[in-house]
Write a protein that binds this ligand. Structure first.
Ligand code: 5GP
Ligand code: SF4
Ligand code: MG
Length: 458
């Protein structure tokens, strides 16, 4: 998911709209914005893309100088409006709204405990657990109530919480999910990625720190924390796949990091070939790096139809067999008669790679060598990146050679874990250089028992 917030700006709702639009790749299922003018909350949410959910009148109706917004990532079974964020509640005679990116590992356990104590939940989103913890706090001061609630939840999260006219900003104590602060015209903006700051013309200020709780009210920003930083574990998938190439995470540009992954991949698994191509959009940077390192020309061998969306009619099996493809096409003149290196960022189920290898062969490629700019994805994520169960992850049960056969490639190589870590280039000193690599090495920064059922609440 993606979150975007604004504090103290006269055009808060419009900025949230443009900020969320820049974060659209982080979630296409639903979007929403909640604003406040200090008197009351204004909220609009809907299923679909930001541009489909909002129009000019809706933006104008969201009054006030503070806003929180959300784009939601599709997860199996939970695609419904009641889970669309921001979630809004009445709270001690006032209002409370929340937008989250991430997932709580102990949500089921807390939900059971809260329900036994009398809580009635409105949604199946794990974010609501935090709301009930805040509401049930003995503390009269909302700051203390929020802090106490944050101390009880375990997982990967970036929260924007609005209570009346006070905005709370928090990141989990491992720093799993990214969250940055920017400044604009004397106010503040908050985003899952820096690309949204570029879009609204804000200046990047800093990343929120693991365990930090920032409070924004009429006195400006107060820096506090609800927990000490535990093992710093920024999600490596943000570098590999999730974030946009024009975003920076911890001052590392994503395009440049992916290019280095491609170069390292070339060093680890050179193959003699005629062209290098990347699967759009997420693998273009790595393909450019692979080409630069090997001297094999980079070509656009695959084109993505940018209009493919959830609202399209899916072709029937018969049409699919006749070659009707929705999302990607091969550029025949580029690949015909050629030995092609096809770079992708990850193999999850393996269905995409098989489809693309076949597509390249149908377009006349003589050989197709697949290179993946991350290690084999063997374990599920418990922190808000939606992944299938372990059984559906092809690398959890198959060797590299068996995967090669399954996707019908002439050769297949994955980037090594060490290669990935060094290519990303974060400073040394911390475990895994301060990143989570749980889906690759099964070493998670928090306990994850019970989490397989927890689902993604982001
Ligand atoms: P699969 O192997 O499951 O067919 O698909 C892998 C492809 O899906 C890759 O090209 C990757 O870019 C894309 N993809 C889409 N969503 C995700 C995600 O949440 N995680 C990962 N790792 N890849 C994803
Ligand atoms: Fe990211 Fe993988 Fe860790 Fe999940 S398990 S937070 S996807 S690195
Ligand atoms: Mg891809």
């Amino acid at each position: 998911c993606g979150v975007f917030g604004v504090f103290n700006h006269t055009e808060a709702s419009a900025l949230a709209y443009f900020g969320l639009h820049a974060l659209q790749h982080r979630g296409e299922e639903s979007s929403g914005i909640c604003t406040t003018d200090g008197e009351q909350f204004y909220v609009h949410r809907g299923m679909g893309l930001v541009k489909e959910v909002f129009d000019n009148d809706k933006i104008l109706s969201l009054k006030g100088s503070t806003a929180i917004g959300h784009v939601r990532y599709s997860t199996a079974g939970a695609s419904k409006l009641q889970n669309a964020q921001p979630l809004v509640f009445r709270f001690r005679g006032g209002d409370l709204a929340i937008a989250t990116n991430g997932n709580l590992v102990n949500a089921d356990e807390l939900r059971r405990e809260l329900e036994e104590a009398g809580s009635i939940f409105q949604t199946t989103s794990d974010t609501e657990v935090l709301i009930h913890l805040i509401a049930r706090s003995k503390h009269h001061d909302p700051r203390l109530a929020v802090k106490e609630a944050l101390q009880r939840v375990v997982g990967g999260f970036a929260f924007l919480i609005l209570i009346n006219d006070t905005l709370f900003v928090a990141q989990d104590s491992n720093g799993l999910r990214p969250l940055m602060i920017g400044t604009l015209d004397g106010g503040y903006v908050f985003a899952s990625e820096t690309c949204a700051f570029e879009t609204v013309g804000a200046a990047y200020m800093r990343d929120v720190q693991p365990g930090e709780l920032l409070i924004f009210d009429k006195d400006g920003m107060t820096e506090d924390r609800f927990a000490e930083m535990t093992r710093r574990s920024l999600c490596a998938m943000e570098f590999i796949y999730f974030s946009r190439p024009d975003s920076d995470v911890d001052n590392i540009n994503l395009h440049m990091a992916r290019k280095r992954m491609g170069m390292r991949l070339a060093m680890e698994s050179f193959v003699d070939a005629d062209v290098v191509t990347g699967v759009p959009d997420s693998s273009i940077s790595a393909a450019i790096g692979f080409a630069e390192q090997t001297g094999i020309p980079y070509e656009i061998g695959l084109i993505k139809n940018r209009y493919t969306g959830r609202t399209f009619i899916q072709p029937s099996q018969e049409l699919r067999e006749r070659g009707v493809k929705m999302k990607l096409s091969a550029v025949r003149k580029v690949v015909e008669g050629k030995r092609v290196v096809m770079i992708d960022d990850s193999i999850v189920r393996g269905t995409t790679s098989l489809r693309i290898v076949n597509m390249l062969r149908e377009a006349g490629a003589k050989e197709v060598h697949v290179r993946i700019s991350s290690p084999p994805y063997m374990n599920p994520c418990f922190y808000g990146i939606d992944t299938p169960s372990r059984e559906e992850l092809i690398a959890s049960s198959k060797t590299v050679e068996e995967i090669r056969q399954a996707i019908q490639a002439d050769s297949l190589h994955f980037l090594s874990k060490q290669g990935l870590i060094e290519a990303i280039g974060r400073s040394a000193g911390e475990y895994n250089r301060g990143m989570c690599l749980g889906c690759f090495d099964n070493d998670y920064p928090t306990p994850v028992e019970d989490a397989e059922q927890a689902g993604c609440g982001c």
